[in-house]
Design a protein around this ligand. Structure first.
Ligand code: PEP
Length: 251
């Protein structure tokens, strides 16, 4: 049985004080709600948010991490630094990291392996661009992103990996994949995981959908067999929008 998992990626939004305020509202409004919830503030907002959610089950994650331990890597943040703050979860391979900052599948795989070696839990993002989908390359792209992204990751380590399927054309655009299209892509990803790790791992792997998720479409998406949660961008920036999405996972 896969427990629904709803995550909020705050991207480059919310200062530490704004983030602490939202985190406190979420802590209050999600008290007793039996859904796994994660929020991912910017690096500088992490300490304030970690403090604000203390005493709740809300997971605080980073939006990115270095594949290196330490050293002369200006602007980078290490797993050790995150763990020192009490942050044990990280989003890796978001399409904005891939497209704006040149992260390719090999680099993403190095981050995945290093973060796993440091005991972290990972939300690995995959998804096709509109051109790739229109060109009939959806399966090829997902297959490459999953196989290379998870290269040398063991079946045991898969317990600490969540996959987020995020069609790039649906992120921040207001366009959502239909629940049929999303479920088909999720089923394909689950099949890839089965081919790599076997049926039990595939059945236990949480696959979130991301791309303009809001309260009005979350219920239909989350009702689908292969959609186990959501990675939410824009609608995670206020409790009014995010809490109803989390509650859709209860139904
Ligand atoms: C995201 O950034 O992961 C995302 C899905 O954004 P949005 O919900 O705004 O489309």
């Amino acid at each position: 049985m896969r427990k629904p998992y709803i995550a909020g990626n705050w991207k480059m939004n919310l200062t530490p004080s704004e983030g602490a305020k939202l985190a406190a509202e979420l802590k209050d409004q999600l008290k007793g709600v039996d859904v796994k919830v994660m929020i991912a503030p910017s690096f500088v907002t992490l300490p304030a948010v970690v403090e604000a959610v203390k005493g709740s089950n809300i997971i605080v994650a980073a939006q990115n991490v270095s594949d290196k331990e330490s050293g002369a890597y200006t602007g980078e943040v290490s797993c050790q630094m995150l763990k020192d703050l009490g942050v044990n979860d990280v989003i890796i391979g978001h399409s904005e990291r891939r497209s704006y900052y040149g992260e390719n599948d090999e680099w993403i795989n190095r981050k995945v392996k290093y973060a796993l070696s440091q005991g972290m839990n990972i939300d690995l993002c995959v998804g096709e661009t509109l051109d790739e989908r229109k060109g009939g390359h959806l399966k090829e792209v997902l297959s490459r992103q999953i196989k290379v992204g998870l290269s040398d990751v063991s079946a045991k380590d898969m317990e600490r990996i969540t996959i987020a399927y995020e069609p790039v054309w649906a992120i921040g655009t207001g366009m959502t994949a239909t629940s049929d299209d999303a479920d088909d892509a999720h089923a394909y990803i689950r099949g890839l995981i089965e081919s790599l790790y076997g049926k039990t791992v595939a059945e236990n792997t949480i696959i979130q959908y991301g791309g303009s998720v809001k309260a009005s479409n979350a219920k239909e998406l989350l009702a689908r067999k292969n959609i186990d949660g959501a990675l939410v961008g824009g609608a995670s920036l206020s409790a009014d929008k995010f809490v109803p999405i989390v509650k859709c996972a209860l139904e």
